[in-house]
Design a protein around this ligand. Structure first.
Ligand code: C5P
Length: 233
């Protein structure tokens, strides 16, 4: 799949999401649907957005026993999304089961991306709450390697980690990176950010951009600026 900008549609309802997407008349951005919207509206919102011609990253971060994840992924594969994800912490066995479940009878499947350690987890909480004593960057890389060995397509990571992930897991292993901001924009609550152009230079494959587009005075113009900076067109 080509490099692209994915808009994080973090809206609380289907109506607000569709109202936002109505602004895009001459282009159909790749959109991310997260737990809030999916749990509020269910599969119908995915089908509606798909019918409007958008690619969809369904960000539900599955994590359960392998058999349950496999069956859940089989259901998601029928929604015809383009990308979905899970927690690498569920182990390689779970990731392999997820891939099996996600693969349709004709052999096609959505891209499957792993979350390593959430950016809300830091060294202290990982050591204290999870009893993982290794340095956080090593844990992230180990989980990325596990995802690669399980046959997954890539990881969600900071754009700052894209280069290291590619060095360790190969340049075809996808990096999907949030934490992107325009040089002249508000960082909001993101701590470590990069511009779309920097994310391109460092090798991110997909950037996930929310508020710089959804909260912009002109979201379509902000999206087009983001695409231009990221794809260098
Ligand atoms: O509005 P903003 O551009 O910060 O949105 C980024 C999106 O990426 C949000 O949907 C957020 O939940 C998601 N995300 C993130 N950091 C991660 C993983 C996901 O910001 N480590």
């Amino acid at each position: 799949m080509e490099k692209d900008v994915i808009i994080a549609c973090d809206f609380e309802s289907g109506a607000k999401t569709l109202e936002f997407l109505d602004k895009f008349v001459d282009c159909k951005p790749f959109v991310k649907i997260g737990m809030e919207l999916f749990y509020a509206e269910g599969p119908s919102i995915v089908k509606e957005i798909k019918n409007r011609g958008h690619k969809i990253f369904l960000d539900l971060k599955l994590h359960d026993i392998p058999n349950t994840v496999k069956k859940a992924m089989a259901v998601l594969s029928r929604l015809d999304v383009d990308m979905t994800n899970l927690h690498a912490g569920g182990t390689k066995e779970m990731m392999k089961a997820a891939l099996e479940g996600l693969t349709r009878p004709d052999g096609s499947r959505p891209l499957l991306i792993a979350v390593t350690q959430l950016t809300s987890t830091n060294q202290e909480s990982m050591e204290t709450d999870l009893l993982i004593k290794e340095p956080l960057p090593e844990v992230v890389m180990h989980y990325a390697q596990n995802a690669k060995e399980s046959g997954l397509d890539g990881v969600v990571c900071s754009p700052l980690e894209s280069e290291v992930v590619h060095n360790r897991c190969g340049k075809d292993f996808l990096t999907v990176t949030p934490g992107v901001r325009f040089a002249d924009g508000d960082k909001c609550d993101q701590k470590r950010v990069m511009t779309p152009e920097e994310a391109r230079k460092i090798g991110s494959d997909f950037i996930v951009v929310g508020r710089p587009i959804t909260q912009a005075a002109d979201p379509v113009a902000a999206y087009k600026r983001c695409v231009k900076e990221f794809l260098g067109e």
